[in-house]
Ligand binder design. Structure first.
Ligand SMILES: NC(=O)c1ccc[n+]([C@@H]2O[C@H](COP(=O)([O-])OP(=O)(O)OC[C@H]3O[C@@H](n4cnc5c(N)ncnc54)[C@H](OP(=O)(O)O)[C@@H]3O)[C@@H](O)[C@H]2O)c1
Length: 249
């Protein structure tokens, strides 16, 4: 049986590795190709967008996939919606693998918001200060209208669109440690952190560093999993789900 894993995350890579060990599965990982994914995941790899729902439907039919696992990032909303529509159209079993989100601990000062626009509105109301923005390069334009705060923007690639008038750009990619996040926040005298609830360990160090420094956090909640699509939070559960479909394929 052919399995399509929509990737771009550590979990997708780990799942593809586990599935490749099943002799009866042919595993293809699909990557958007935006950021270099190294090393490449095991099994077959394809790169680039499908061309929306229509493109993914054609690809699924052409390659005769039996099941699809959407293991993309929790905030990769477009591809998740596309996968849900394409799988429903073809009646192909689809699973969402989404690592657990973060939960506040003692000492955390978090404000949950539903969107990047709401995060920008929340920051705008805060006293003047220095804001570490680590929510992806497309998020930066939401803060372009704020002349009260200085932004320290950290992203893998330079941000796109309008930028806040007062800004320092730090181009870097994780994983980061609590120590390096701590140093970054101290060096830039950060008073507030804006982040998405990405979950996982790769980027969790920044919230731990914020806790230790008493830096307040504006955290954007995840978009919901498309209704009717089953979801799991661990690679092991995703592997079990795929295995359960081999028997009935
Ligand atoms: N958003 C984040 O914070 C984040 C963080 C780390 C990693 N990533 C990974 O980076 C990729 C892009 O993220 P995004 O937020 O730009 O996603 P997105 O907004 O949901 O996707 C934008 C477009 O990129 C294409 N695409 C996305 N993921 C794909 C995949 N795995 N295989 C083939 N095409 C894909 C699709 O193009 P078509 O419509 O043409 O099919 C999709 O419509 C995702 O695969 C995600 O797992 C995202």
């Amino acid at each position: 049986m052919r399995v399509l894993v929509l990737g771009g995350t550590l979990e997708a890579r780990l799942l593809s590795a586990r599935l490749c060990a099943h002799g009866e599965l042919s595993v293809t990982t699909s990557l958007a190709g935006v950021v270099l994914d190294s090393p490449p995941p095991p099994g077959r790899v394809r790169t680039g967008g499908f061309g929306g729902v229509e493109g993914l439907v054609s690809y699924l039919l052409q390659e005769r996939f039996g099941v699809v696992v959407d293991a993309t990032h929790p905030f990769a909303q477009q591809i998740t919606a596309t996968a849900a529509q394409a799988a429903a159209q073809l009646r192909i079993p689809l699973l969402v693998l989404r690592r657990p989100g973060w939960t506040p601990q003692v000492g955390d000062d978090w404000v949950w918001v539903r969107s990047m626009a709401a995060a920008a509105a929340t920051v705008a109301l805060a006293p003047p200060g220095r804001v570490l923005l680590t929510a992806g390069r497309r998020a930066v334009s939401s803060f372009a209208g704020d002349a009260t705060h200085h932004y320290i923007v950290r992203s893998i690639n330079p941000p796109v669109g309008p930028l806040p008038p007062s800004m320092t750009l730090v181009l870097d990619r994780g994983p980061f440690t609590i120590e390096t996040e701590h140093t970054l926040m101290v060096e830039h005298a950060v008073t507030m952190l804006v982040t998405k609830d990405s979950g996982g360990s790769m980027t969790a160090a920044k919230v731990a560093a914020a806790r230790s420094l008493g830096v307040s956090v504006v955290i954007v909640a995840r978009p919901p999993v498309p209704s009717g699509v089953p979801a799991v939070t661990t690679v092991e559960d995703a592997e079990r789900w795929v295995a359960s479909h081999i028997r009935y394929a």
